[in-house]
Design a protein around this ligand. Structure first.
Ligand code: FES
Length: 112
């Protein structure tokens, strides 16, 4: 059973579970702010469920490749759509800032 680490939680889930479902079923959202309510509900079109993943994960799906190449996202940021990621191994999840989760907090200059 894979483990998902996110926002201080250690969540055990079924192998093959959808990451977005795993998080939301455990009261942690892959969305920031209002995007928690204003999102595509897992269609892969809104781009608000982006997360940075450390761990073994399948390659980007076709839907992810399309959406993550549309601003404000930049495919090279290496983000994933939680609604498209199938959990098959232990994963450490980080959520960036901004409505779409597109702002890497490590890129802030002097806290701005
Ligand atoms: S919920 Fe819209 S892209 Fe994942």
């Amino acid at each position: 059973m894979p483990l998902v680490f996110f926002k201080g939680k250690e969540i055990e889930c079924t192998n093959g579970a959808l990451l977005k479902d795993v998080l939301e079923d455990n009261d942690v959202s892959p969305h920031n702010g209002a995007s928690r309510f204003l999102n595509c509900r897992g269609l892969g079109t809104c781009g608000t469920c982006t997360v940075k993943i450390t761990g073994k994960v399948h390659p980007h799906t076709r839907v992810e490749k399309i959406r993550l190449n549309i601003p404000p996202h930049h495919f090279d940021d290496g983000l994933r759509l939680a609604c498209q990621v199938v959990v098959e191994a232990d994963l450490h999840i980080l959520k960036w800032e901004g409505f779409w989760g597109q702002e890497n907090p490590d890129n802030r200059i002097n806290g701005l």
